[in-house]
Structures are given as structure tokens and as C-alpha cells.
Design a protein around this ligand. Structure first.
Ligand code: AMP
Length: 341
């Protein structure tokens, strides 16, 4: 019998998460995911990956994939992710994930996969490319997570259902073959998972949809100002302490992410007193977003100029991630009775 390999110091919980290289990262990725990666890397055994295989479900053309992968690596590092502390790797460099995906696919039922909200959304968006990879997306995601026996998964609110499915698949595996895979849970330090809305409040900020209502970490200062100034407002409240319309509440929500408390409180007071000037509020919001994003954007450009460094990050990350994946897969095969010699 193979000896169980220890992959983490006792007592350190395992964390895993990933981001697809399907475009420029934005404030939603930062506040929904990366901010927590950076906080968690000191206290947890972290595995963070660029989900290049997941991106193939909707972006099969690989001409720009390498550049997009490098950009996602650079953007995460510019936000504070430290590849010395966390294993920061590319999904396609951990081949055993494909094996675990295969086993978990036999524990995932067609009906439940078809009911997944993200699958239904993708079918609507890409009716000409409803491939099996898209249907089994949550299974691959579950494999990515449980291959490290991860307990916590820092993600935004849009991933809640996928995490529930990952728990279901892990549980089915454990019931069928024995306790090997811990149940992963979605994680945010502020407890509630968050969704960063688009500037127009009609959906969420996203890499590939609604670019004019999404603030990207790569946006130039003037682009940020223009997008924010276009945000819908109205003539202002006419009754003191009135309930905010959704689109105004949205602007306050975005301000809470990038502005200091006193600034938010000032505009809350102005709103409640019916003295608010939305033009001033949007200018302030735009400047606070510029101040937040400009240093990250500049760092990204520096990091992208150093492809050798990014290659080393990927290699080092892949080595750590593969060590962890190997250890889990030995246990998985053993539990399934696939170890014939
Ligand atoms: P994706 O961009 O779909 O690859 O997602 C990468 C990570 O960012 C996941 O943890 C998502 O939940 C998170 N994320 C993406 N968009 C948003 C958003 N608008 N608000 C909060 N989190 C988000």
C-alpha cells in the first residue's frame, strides 16, 4: 500500500480558487476573489490557478490564450498575490485534474448539470456552442478544488451554486468509496459572498460582457472617469431620508468599495438632506477608482515585461500544485480500488 504523503503542515487549512483567462480582470474579480486570496495567503495553504481549461468551454480559439494567461498572472501578482506564499499555477499544468474530472463526471447527473444557472446563461449567450465541457463545467471546477482537498474557496456570489455542487460531488465520492475528499465551502472574510454590480446596475461586472459598465484593472484614468460619469442618476431626492432607487444605491455600493468611510458618510448625509449633487459624487467616485486602479495597472505593465519571471512563477506553482494533486490522486485511486499492483 502506498504511504500517504503529507502535503501541508498539520493544522493549516487548504484554500483553492481560480480565475479564467477570458479577458481583463475587473473590480468584481478584485473584490469578489483576489482581495481574499491576498489576505488568505499568509494563514492558509493556498492554491490559486489560472483556469485556462475552463476558458476553452466558451473561448475555443487559443491564439491569444498565452498572452491572456500571462496577463491574469501579472494582474493577480500586481494586486498582492505572492507566488512565494501561494502556489500560483496554470490549470493545464496539473494533468491529474483531468483524471479526477473523469471520475467525478460519473457522480454528476445530467439533470442537475442542466439546471445549473451558469449553464443556462451560457446556453442563452452561445447557442451555437453548447458543448459537453460547458455542461460539466461545475464538475471540472469540483475536481480543481478537491484535488487539493481544499476546505475554503474564496469566490464571488456567482459561484455559490457551483460550490454547492462541488460539495455534492465530494460527498457522493465519499459515500461510494470512503472518506477522502473534504467538503469545500465558498469563503469571504466579510462572510457574505459579494457581487460587484456593473456601473449601470443591470448585471455584474464581467470580463466579457458589458465592457462600458465594467471597470477593468487595465483601464486608463480617463477611461475610468468617462465610464463613471456616464452612470445613470436623476434630479435627486425630494423627500428627506427617502429610499434610494436601485441605480443610486448601486453608485453608493461601488463607492463603499473604493472610497474611505468619511466620504461615503458625507454623500449619505447629503442624500438624506436632499442636498446631494450627483455630479460631485461621481467625480469623487471616479477619482477614488483612479487612485485605486492606477498603481495596480502600472505594476501589471512592469510584471508583463518580465516574461522570464512569469514563466518561473508558473513552473514553481505547477510543481507545488502537482505535489498536492499527486498525493490526493493516490488516495482517490486507492479508495476506488484502482491500485492493482
Ligand atoms: P471569472 O471572472 O468568472 O473567471 O471569476 C473569477 C472570480 O471572480 C470568481 O471567484 C468569481 O466569483 C469572481 N467574480 C467575477 N465577477 C465578479 C463580480 N462582478 N463580483 C464579485 N465577484 C466576481
Amino acid at each position: 500500500m502506498e504511504k500517504k504523503k503529507e502535503t501541508m503542515p498539520p493544522g493549516r487549512q487548504v484554500v483553492m480558487s481560480g480565475i479564467r483567462p477570458t479577458g481583463f480582470l475587473h473590480l468584481g474579480n478584485y473584490f469578489g476573489a483576489i482581495q481574499n486570496y491576498v489576505k488568505m495567503q499568509d494563514d492558509f495553504e493556498c492554491y490559486f490557478m489560472v483556469a485556462d481549461l475552463h476558458s476553452l468551454t466558451t473561448h475555443p480559439d487559443t491564439k491569444e490564450l498565452k498572452q491572456n494567461v500571462l496577463r491574469v498572472l501579472a494582474e493577480n501578482i500586481a494586486c498582492g498575490l505572492d507566488p512565494e506564499k501561494a502556489a500560483f499555477y496554470c490549470q493545464s499544468h496539473v494533468h491529474e485534474t483531468a483524471e479526477l474530472y473523469l471520475y467525478l463526471n460519473m457522480m454528476a447527473y445530467k439533470g442537475e448539470l442542466e439546471k445549473t444557472t451558469t449553464f443556462k446563461d451560457k446556453v442563452r449567450q452561445h447557442p451555437q456552442n453548447v458543448n459537453a465541457g460547458l455542461l460539466t463545467y461545475p464538475v471540472l471546477q469540483a475536481a480543481d478544488i478537491v484535488i487539493h482537498r481544499a476546505k475554503y474557496v474564496p469566490v464571488g456570489k456567482d459561484q455559490e451554486q457551483h460550490l454547492e455542487m462541488a460539495r455534492t460531488f465530494a460527498n457522493r465520492f465519499n459515500h461510494r468509496y470512503g472518506e477522502v475528499l473534504p467538503e469545500p465551502t465558498a469563503f469571504n472574510y466579510n462572510r457574505q459572498l459579494i457581487k460587484v454590480p456593473s456601473l449601470d446596475g443591470t448585471g455584474k461586472m464581467s470580463k466579457s460582457e458589458n465592457p462600458n459598465a465594467t471597470i477593468y484593472l487595465a483601464d486608463e484614468d480617463d477611461v475610468i472617469r468617462k465610464k463613471v460619469m456616464k452612470t445613470k442618476t436623476d434630479a435627486g431626492p425630494t423627500q428627506q431620508n427617502s429610499v434610494k432607487p436601485d441605480y443610486i444605491d448601486n453608485i453608493f455600493g461601488l463607492m463603499k468599495l473604493v472610497s474611505v468611510n468619511d466620504v461615503v458618510a458625507k454623500f449619505e448625509d447629503d442624500y438624506n438632506a436632499c442636498t446631494i449633487r450627483y455630479g460631485d459624487m461621481k467625480k469623487q467616485l471616479a477619482e477614488d477608482m483612479v487612485n485605486f486602479i492606477a498603481p495596480i495597472r502600472n505594476k501589471v505593465n512592469d510584471i508583463l515585461n518580465n516574461e522570464k519571471y512569469l514563466k518561473e512563477v508558473m513552473e514553481k506553482g505547477a510543481a507545488k500544485a502537482n505535489a498536492s494533486a499527486n498525493a490526493t490522486m493516490k488516495l482517490v485511486r486507492q479508495a476506488m480500488g484502482l491500485n492493482y499492483y
